[in-house]
Design a binder for this molecule. Structure first.
Ligand code: PNS
Length: 158
């Protein structure tokens, strides 16, 4: 059984995240999408909403599970018997941060591999930060996020 974790803040989940989820789900028997919960930082969307939205967005993908985790990612990976971490890489600018985190994770647990999926061209500009900015300023998020997420963000405005 090849099980991988795709960890992230997903605050909010974007079309780029969904693309990585769909592609990773084809590469592994099971993919655990794991929402990292940072209790010190006020999120844009509460973790429960991110969990529900990601479940809705991945409901047709039978081998994808969505969960939350706290603490170190490698500890969580071990607790669910998972030896592979998947991360998306958009551009060279992502590389330095991703390299540092992958190295730290390898130091913490050398048995866990990080694999990178290169983002599709059309999502190379896309980030949750961009979506948060668009959403906060009243813009239309529908070109950036899956439909349930766009509906949720617009619905919150009342
Ligand atoms: O989508 P993001 O914000 O880049 O996701 C970051 C996340 C949640 C994957 C990362 O911050 C994380 O793994 N946090 C848990 C703490 C940890 O294990 N950090 C890596 C060692 S420095």
């Amino acid at each position: 059984m090849r099980r991988a974790i795709y960890p992230g803040s997903f605050d909010p989940p974007t079309l780029g995240h969904l693309d990585v989820i769909e592609r990773a789900a084809r590469l592994f028997d099971e993919l655990v999408v794991a929402i990292g919960v940072n209790t010190d930082k006020a999120p844009f969307l509460p973790a429960d909403d991110r969990l529900a939205l990601l479940k809705e967005c991945t409901s047709t993908l039978d081998n994808v599970k969505v969960t939350t985790f706290q603490g170190l990612l490698v500890d969580y990976a071990r607790s669910v018997e998972c030896g592979v971490l998947v991360r998306g890489l958009r551009a060279v600018s992502d590389f330095e941060y991703e390299f540092r985190v992958a190295m730290a994770n390898r130091k913490l647990d050398p048995s866990i591999e990080t694999v990178f999926l290169i983002t599709r061209d059309e999502y190379s500009f896309l980030s949750s930060t961009v979506v948060r900015e668009v959403a906060r300023l009243g813009g239309d998020p529908s070109g950036f996020v899956p439909e349930p997420v766009a509906r949720f963000i617009v619905g919150r405005r009342g």
